[in-house]
Design a protein around this ligand. Structure first.
Ligand SMILES: *[C@@H]1O[C@H](CO)[C@@H](O)[C@H](O)[C@H]1NC(C)=O
Ligand SMILES: *[C@@H]1O[C@H](CO)[C@@H](O)[C@H](O)[C@H]1NC(C)=O
Ligand SMILES: *[C@@H]1O[C@H](CO)[C@@H](O)[C@H](O)[C@H]1NC(C)=O
Ligand SMILES: *[C@@H]1O[C@H](CO)[C@@H](O)[C@H](O)[C@H]1NC(C)=O
Length: 458
């Protein structure tokens, strides 16, 4: 039956087109079919060299992944000049979680592992970065404190600006202010912590705006009760609204992450109850409104600062008499665990809420402490190495506190440890003698990387 049909069709074709043309047409169809099957046969692959397969697979992966393909399509001048093409391909593979490039050939199933949640952003390498910096340290005057803008000081070496963090097994999306605002549309991100948290806040404001003046951004501090408290020199926080996406970024000063209350509100010389087991009142009041909270604490947990602030430790609403618990390390541990547990208990009531506990920012005082002539004069980047390979955090107290909770760790300690040259050091605007700041960082600088990791984890 089929043969009959074919013969009838062939006859008709010959009649209408002529015999020679019909043969030509049949030949062309056969060649096409052969070429199609050639494409599909493994034989085709064995005829291309392993290198070609390698490149082909790599580019297939890239096409499948919008983030990675934007890396591939980045303008040349934004990539490190030290990277040859083959190294660039290897970098790309490493971003996808493959240590051994040979694995890629013929095994694409391995590609999607180690992404998203599974990625440990704390492990990786500082690599040279010839991309344009996210904002200029001579600009961003709207948000960047002069004391942290090293470009405004007598410092002349800015090589610390020329590196980016490459996590070991995952993508590090390039930060784009507009994309970030879009992701945060209608949301509120709140930094709560000490001056290192304030640095991270200023860094993020500069990153979002590219350091350019942005008159549209509204100061909305009053909506959160932020302003200069009576008798204080500095506001207790700042809040800014980006009307374009209705996104608020704010910072609240809480050096200890404890609830702090005057013991006698009518006494100007009052001591303050430092409730180790209570979150700051600010967080209790506004947690319902926040979508992202980034906590940090650490450098105010020493006897000198506790006494200078006239803080008196309280637990369960009563003065703490347990001497062991009142030791600074134990008190800090109690507070850090309390606030992590409290925020964990809030998350089920606010399914949109994401909480990050940033690990401690390392100090680099050499040959003494901050008050005994310690300094950090090195300006050469990465003399302490460029890689973090450890699996555990260098801040076990915070890491332990978030374990088993829905609070995420923003683990920046080990990677920042390698960047002793990125501190303010002895430079200042007025060249004042004898001040060494080996605690705070130059901006732009290391806290920008913390924000890049924060955005990657968001
Ligand atoms: C591909 O890689 C995955 C993950 O490493 C491994 O489990 C799997 O056995 C590999 N498959 C082949 C065919 O080699
Ligand atoms: C802006 O965002 C806030 C909270 O993030 C929300 O309460 C408010 O309704 C939003 N406003 C508009 C105009 O969408
Ligand atoms: C609180 O301080 C005021 C002013 O110093 C003082 O008069 C008052 O007695 C104090 N109250 C208590 C309970 O100590
Ligand atoms: C910190 O506090 C937690 C919870 O109270 C406790 O389990 C842990 O042993 C403490 N760690 C240290 C080092 O004291």
């Amino acid at each position: 039956m089929k043969n009959d049909n074919f013969r009838r069709f062939w006859g008709k074709l010959n009649k209408t087109l002529g015999r020679r043309f019909s043969f030509t047409l049949a030949f062309l169809i056969l060649v096409t079919i052969f070429l199609w099957s050639w494409e599909d046969k493994p034989l085709a692959k064995s005829l291309t060299s392993p290198e070609e397969q390698f490149v082909r697979h790599t580019s297939e992966i890239l096409i499948d992944d919008s983030v990675a393909s934007s890396v591939l399509m980045e303008p040349r001048e934004h990539r490190s000049v030290e990277n040859s093409d083959s190294e660039e391909a290897k970098d790309t593979i490493e971003e996808h979680g493959i240590d051994d490039a040979d694995n890629v050939i013929g095994n694409l199933t391995a590609i999607p592992t180690n992404r998203g949640e599974a990625c440990n952003y704390a492990r990786g390498t500082w690599v040279t970065d010839n991309r344009q910096i996210l904002y200029s340290g001579s600009g961003c005057k709207q948000w960047l404190s002069e004391m942290w803008a090293c470009r405004l000081t007598q410092r002349t070496d800015f090589s610390y600006e020329g590196y980016r963090w490459q996590p070991e097994n995952c993508d590090m999306p390039e930060f784009e202010g507009s994309k970030f605002l879009e992701k945060m549309r209608g949301k509120i991100l709140s930094f709560v912590g000490d001056s290192l948290g304030r640095q991270q806040f200023q860094s993020l404001m500069c990153m979002i705006t590219g350091g350019l003046d942005n008159p549209e951004v509204e100061d909305v501090g009053y909506s959160y009760g932020l302003g200069i408290p009576p008798g204080a020199v500095r506001p207790n926080g700042w809040a800014y609204l980006f009307p374009i996406t209705n996104t608020t970024i704010l910072y609240y000063w809480s050096a200890s992450l404890c609830g702090i209350e005057p013991i006698n509100a009518t006494d100007p010389d009052t001591e303050y109850a430092m409730h180790l087991d209570r979150p700051p009142g600010f967080l209790q009041t506004f947690i319902d409104q926040f979508n992202v909270v980034v906590l940090n604490t650490g450098h105010h947990w020493n006897r000198g600062k506790v006494n200078a602030n006239r803080w008196v430790m309280y637990v369960n609403g009563k003065p703490l008499h347990d001497r062991k618990l009142a030791q600074i390390g134990n008190a800090k541990n109690l507070t850090v665990h309390s606030i992590a547990r409290w925020l964990d208990s809030q998350i089920p009531m606010h399914p949109d809420l994401k909480v990050f506990f940033r690990t401690i920012s390392p100090r680099h005082f050499f040959h003494g402490e901050w008050n005994s002539g310690g300094s950090c004069d090195n300006t050469i980047p990465l003399t302490r190495g460029s890689e973090v390979r450890q699996h555990e955090s260098s801040d076990p107290v915070i890491a332990e506190a978030v374990k088993g909770t829905k609070v995420s760790l923003l683990d920046i300690t080990a990677l920042s440890e390698l960047r002793d040259e990125g501190h303010i050091s002895h430079y200042s605007i007025k060249a004042s003698e004898g001040i060494n700041d080996c605690l705070h960082w130059c901006l732009p600088g290391i806290p920008d990387t913390w924000n890049e990791i924060l955005c990657a984890q968001l």
